[in-house]
Design a protein around this ligand. Sequence first.
Ligand SMILES: C[S@@+](CC[C@H](N)C(=O)[O-])C[C@H]1O[C@@H](n2cnc3c(N)ncnc32)[C@H](O)[C@@H]1O
Length: 177
Amino acid sequence: MLADLALAGLVVMTLLIAITFIAHLWVPVVYVPTPHAVVKEMVELAYLKPGDRVYDLGAGDARLLIAAKRKEPGIEAIGCELIPTVWALGKMNILQSRQKVTLRFQNILHCDLQDADCVFLYLIPSLMEKLKEKFDQELRPGTRVVAYVFKIPGKQPEHEVKVPWMGSERAVRVYKW
Ligand SMILES: C[S@@+](CC[C@H](N)C(=O)[O-])C[C@H]1O[C@@H](n2cnc3c(N)ncnc32)[C@H](O)[C@@H]1O
């Protein structure tokens, strides 16, 4: 009985790893969650207020949106995630947190941002380039973009904060469109 359970667990784990691996053939960014201390800093820097629509593009386990919603319950929190297993993890986290956060199974490049007040980002440089064009077309003037680690090419941040990372430092940058 115990052996059967262990075998079933192993099969499920192998399946989940296989799905994640295959999905990464289409999604070049690996799921690496933002450290909780940095999440807190990013949410502070976002200066959220009631009524804001807040997006996390590549929301991972939805930790940024859950933290944002806890800090300012009056916001609308929306995430996009394209790796099925990571999306499922995010859904479970949201359920457990009891916060009203929407997590779409959607490519960030297909996510309409015209109503955004704030956007969180932790992605890779090639995607930042594509997003710069998308932001120029869709974001309303005054929308805040809070980005961890990678810069948005050709855009000057309003504000930059260094956060400790494994004995060195990384940056959180706040851009205003
Ligand atoms: C570095 S992780 C950051 C996760 C989360 N935002 C955080 O800060 O903890 C980037 C996430 O973006 C997702 N991602 C990458 N490209 C994507 C795309 N085109 N559409 C949707 N999600 C994407 C990845 O699956 C991954 O979960």
